[in-house]
Design a protein around this ligand. Sequence first.
Ligand code: NAD
Ligand code: TYD
Length: 348
Amino acid sequence: MKNILVTGGAGFIGSHLVRLLVNKYPEYRIVNMDVLTYAGNLVNLKDIEDKENYEFVKCDICDFEKVQKVFEDYQIESVIHLAAESHVDRSIKDPFSFAQTNVMGTLSLLQAAKHAWDGNFEDKLFYHVSTDEVYGSLGKEGFFLETTAYDPHSPYSASKASSDHFVRAFHDTYGLPTVISNCSNNYGSFQFPEKLIPLFINNICNNKPLPVYGKGDNIRDWLYVDDHARAIDVIFHKGKHGDTYNIGGFNEWTNIDLIKVMIKTVDRLLGREEGESEKLITYVTDRAGHDLRYAIDSTKLKNELGWEPSLQFEEGIEKTVKWYLENKEWMDNITSGEYEKYYKEMYK
Ligand code: NAD
Ligand code: TYD
């Protein structure tokens, strides 16, 4: 049995990845380490929680001693590290917690892996899951390549950039086998409704205003979350150590166009008149330091490892909207209590 530590497995992307690995590889033991912040939710993993090759450990990645004990107790051989503070708007309000979790937490895991593996790096791997936001913002032309210089603008992307540098430093300095992937914006089921797509689907359903930052002309490159999980699987097994892979689906949308697609889809599925909910669009003050455009070139991943996205965007967004409409209870559980305070504070 191969013992793989996945961090942040109770979050959005982590839960999709854990499900994929647990179901696809019965011969691997998947140890999910998560401290369950506001974004972590074990309900996301209900369908696999009783599987024999799955274990959950509640642990803060910054708690170095506890992390070391997990490496020892479970004889961890590989790490796929996703645990992070992940929302740009929160990072603007509270940059300290981003530096703590994303930088110090990553360092704590790297150090624990180095101690546990103690120079015996055969069949070991530290896989760090990162974001395209480390590359900064594009103008109207061009794409992010693996060789694009880092140029982060938000406290979130600065903290992720810093964690990427630590991962590379551990490879170059101590020979730790590492790999990094930088992915574009994800969408799909189980995403916390602070991010654009689930937030807006929920607001459209509840006839609440849709707060569009600035003019809505910022561009994001959207990838279906299961395609990201499939890419991680491929890179984990076939990626070259010390290397970086960009993950994206060549699927750019301005925010306002994407919002109109969501409105159309939700209205149709709820039997409302076409475009009825466009009246909810509310332009609000722009996000500080708002990156204009992200666009990933994932040709390297396609050419070297054979990964390609499986879903067209139209199909992915239809599936996603349907999932949120059919899983109202999941959404309602999240959007009560603490979330209301967050929403009032953020969108006052
Ligand atoms: P998320 O916010 O949904 O989940 C993060 C998870 O990490 C949660 O389960 C949370 O409880 C856990 N966590 C946070 N701090 C922790 C700590 N100190 N110790 C242990 N666990 C902790 O995030 P996500 O959207 O699933 O993103 C996962 C990873 O993928 C992040 O590293 C993020 O930077 C990266 N990423 C995300 C996107 C995206 O579009 N969401 C795109 C590219 C890369
Ligand atoms: P988000 O989902 O927060 O992802 P990221 O900032 O990491 O790309 O936001 C996606 C885009 O949507 C981004 O350009 C900001 C914009 N946005 C809004 O216009 N209104 C909102 O309420 C939110 C949350 C985001």
